[in-house]
Design a protein. Structure first.
Lengths: 230, 254
C-alpha cells in the first residue's frame, strides 16, 4: 500500500471530482425541467400524450445507463449524415454525449417519482381547492405540486445519489471524471487498491453531503408534519 | 510433540506441493484479445494473432500445457499479481515503471510507433504542430506516455482499447492516433474502414527494449524458462515461421 501516489495525484482527483459534480448537477437540473412536463403528460387524459410519456419513461428506465451512453457516443458516430450537420459539433464532444444521456436518463426516473407523488395527493386537498373555485391550472401549481414536492423529496434524494454513482460510466468514453481519474492512476502505477479506494471515499463523502442536505431540507419543508413539542 | 510433528508434516507437505507447482508443466497466460494483429478474437470466439501464436510456440518449446486467459489491458498487471495467470504475453513493452511491479523476459519483438491521421491531413508532427490537437492513444501504453511527455500542449485522449480509438478517429473525435506502427497498419489501415487514413510523419522508436513477457517477480525460474524458449525458437527457425505468417519485415528488430 502506497498512498504517496494519491498525494501526488490529488489535483487530478479534484479535477475529476469537479467534472463529476458538474455533470451530475447539470443533468439533474436539466433532467428535472424535462421530468416535470413529462410527469404531467403522463397524467394527461389525451391518450397520445400519455402514451408518449409512458414510452419515453419505460425506454430509459428499462435500459442500462451504460447502454444508453454507448448508443449516443459510439452509435451515433457511425451515421455519416449526422456528421455533415451542425449537431455533430455537439455530438463530437464526449462531454456533451455524457450530459445528454445522463439528462435523458434522470428525466425518466424523476418523472416517475413526481408522477407517484402527484398520484398520492390526499383527496381532501384537491377537494378543498375545487371548493375554493381554483382553476385546474391554479390547483396544480398552488396545491398539488407543492404538496407532491414534499412527498417526492425523499425518493428524489435517492435519484440524486443514483445519478452520482451512475455518472461513473463517463470514464469509459474518455472523460476524466472521478472514476476515469482512478482508472488513469491505476494504469499508471498498477495500484488498483489505492486508486479506486480513494475515489470510492470521495464518492462516499459527496453522498453523505447530499444526504445531510436533503435532511436539512426535509426538516424545513416537513416542519408541519413533526409532532409538536411544548 | 505430536502436534509439532503434524505441523512439520503439514509444512513439508505444503512446500512439496509448491515445489511441484513450480515445475511449470501448466502455465496460464494472460492475453488481451483486442489488439490486432497481435491478439484478437475471431467471431467464433477463438483467440488469434502474433502474440497467441508466439505463446503457443513457446509453450511447445517448453513442453508445457498452456491455457489462455483473456484480460482487458487496464487490469492486465493487477490480474497477474493476483495470480489469475502466470505470464502476460500481450505485446507489453518493457518499461521502468512496469519493472517495479513485474519481471520481464527478454524481448520477443520490437516495433516502432507512428501517427495515423485522415489522408491529406496537414498535421505536422512536432510539439508546435500538435498544439491544441487531439491525439488518441490507448490508456497508459508507451504511446500514451510518450505523447503526454512530448506534446504537452496537445490534448491526449485515452482509450481502454485500441479498437475504441479507431472508432473515434473515424468519428472525427480525435485528429490523429499515436500507436504501434504494426498494429495500426494491420489492425486498421489495411481494413476497409481504414481506407481513408494513412501514416503521417516518421516511425518513432519508443522503446529500446521492445516487448517482453511479464511474469511475477518471485517466479525467476519461469523468466529463465521463457528466456531459454525465446532463444531456442529464434535459433531453430520456429520464430521466423510464425513471424512470416504476419509480417513482411523483421519484427524482432535489432
Amino acid at each position: 500500500m502506497d498512498f504517496s501516489i494519491i498525494a501526488d495525484n490529488w489535483p487530478l482527483y479534484m479535477q475529476g471530482l469537479g467534472l463529476t459534480l458538474q455533470l451530475v448537477a447539470l443533468s439533474l437540473v436539466i433532467g428535472f425541467c424535462i421530468a416535470l412536463p413529462l410527469a404531467l403528460m403522463r397524467q394527461s387524459s389525451i391518450k397520445a400524450v400519455s402514451w408518449f410519456a409512458w414510452g419515453y419513461i419505460y425506454f430509459f428506465r428499462g435500459t442500462p445507463l451504460l447502454v444508453q451512453l454507448f448508443i449516443i457516443y459510439f452509435g451515433l458516430g457511425q451515421w455519416e449524415w449526422l456528421k455533415t450537420t451542425w449537431a455533430w459539433d455537439l455530438f463530437k464532444e464526449a462531454y456533451f454525449c455524457a450530459l445528454l444521456s445522463f439528462t435523458l436518463n434522470t428525466a425518466a426516473y424523476s418523472a416517475e417519482i413526481i408522477r407517484g407523488a402527484i398520484a398520492a395527493t390526499p383527496h381532501g386537498e384537491v377537494e378543498a381547492a375545487v371548493a375554493y373555485g381554483m382553476s385546474p391550472f391554479k390547483r396544480m401549481f398552488r396545491i398539488i405540486l407543492p404538496s407532491a414536492a414534499r412527498r417526492a423529496l425523499h425518493a428524489y434524494s435517492n435519484e440524486i445519489i443514483f445519478m452520482l454513482h451512475g455518472s461513473s460510466v463517463a470514464g469509459i468514453i474518455t472523460l476524466n471524471d472521478l472514476t476515469g481519474v482512478a482508472r488513469l492512476v491505476n494504469s499508471r502505477y498498477y495500484s488498483p487498491f489505492e486508486a479506486f479506494l480513494t475515489s470510492g471515499l470521495i464518492y462516499l463523502c459527496v453522498t453523505f453531503a447530499i444526504v445531510a442536505a436533503v435532511k436539512a431540507l426535509e426538516n424545513r419543508w416537513h416542519a408541519h408534519l413533526r409532532p409538536r413539542t411544548a | 510433540m505430536k502436534k509439532l510433528l503434524t505441523v512439520t508434516a503439514l509444512v513439508a507437505g505444503l512446500s512439496m506441493a509448491q515445489v511441484q507447482a513450480k515445475d511449470w508443466n501448466n502455465i496460464r497466460i494472460g492475453v488481451e484479445g483486442a489488439y490486432p494483429p497481435f491478439s484478437s478474437v475471431t467471431p467464433e470466439g477463438e483467440l488469434v494473432g502474433f502474440d497467441i501464436d508466439i505463446a503457443k510456440t513457446l509453450c511447445e518449446q517448453m513442453q508445457a500445457k498452456c491455457e489462455f486467459v483473456k484480460q482487458d489491458w487496464d487490469g492486465i498487471i493487477p490480474a497477474l499479481l493476483a495470480r489469475k495467470y502466470d505470464a502476460i504475453i500481450a505485446s507489453m513493452s518493457i518499461t521502468e515503471e512496469r519493472k517495479k511491479k513485474v519481471a520481464f523476459s527478454d524481448k520477443y519483438y520490437n516495433s516502432p510507433a507512428e501517427f495515423i491521421a485522415p489522408k491529406g491531413s496537414s498535421l505536422v508532427i512536432s510539439a508546435d504542430g500538435l498544439k491544441g490537437k487531439k491525439i488518441g492513444v490507448q490508456r497508459e501504453t508507451i504511446h500514451d506516455k510518450y505523447a503526454t511527455e512530448h506534446y504537452p500542449d496537445a490534448e491526449i485522449v485515452r482509450y481502454g482499447t485500441q479498437d475504441e480509438a479507431y472508432l473515434d478517429l473515424q468519428a472525427g473525435r480525435v485528429d490523429a492516433l499515436l500507436l504501434d506502427a504494426v498494429a495500426g497498419e494491420d489492425g486498421f489501415l489495411k481494413k476497409p474502414e481504414g481506407a481513408n487514413y494513412a501514416f503521417i510523419g516518421e516511425p518513432i522508436q519508443l522503446s529500446e527494449e521492445g516487448a517482453g513477457i511479464a511474469i511475477r517477480k518471485q517466479d525467476t525460474d519461469l523468466v529463465e524458462k521463457f528466456n531459454k524458449a525465446i532463444a531456442d525458437i529464434r535459433a531453430n527457425g520456429k520464430y521466423d515461421e510464425v513471424a512470416k505468417k504476419y509480417f513482411s519485415f523483421d519484427i524482432y528488430g535489432k
